[in-house]
Write a protein that binds this ligand. Structure first.
Ligand code: ZN
Length: 56
């Protein structure tokens, strides 16, 4: 199972895309991106709301 996150899905005009087999790592990197690029704090639940699970 691979977890995918696209920043555009959160409403930003942003091409940031990330995929990882490790949900903890993905959440960490997405939170870091949101803070640095969008000055926005995302909770883990906020991130997980926009994560897509794909077989891989
Ligand atoms: Zn972004």
């Amino acid at each position: 199972m691979v977890h995918q996150f696209s920043c555009r899905d959160t409403g930003h005009d942003c091409d940031f895309f990330l995929e990882s087999g490790d949900i903890d790592e993905l959440v960490h990197h997405v939170q870091d991106h949101a803070e640095r690029k969008h000055d926005r704090e995302l909770s883990r639940a906020d991130v997980e709301d926009h994560v897509t699970e794909v077989q891989g």
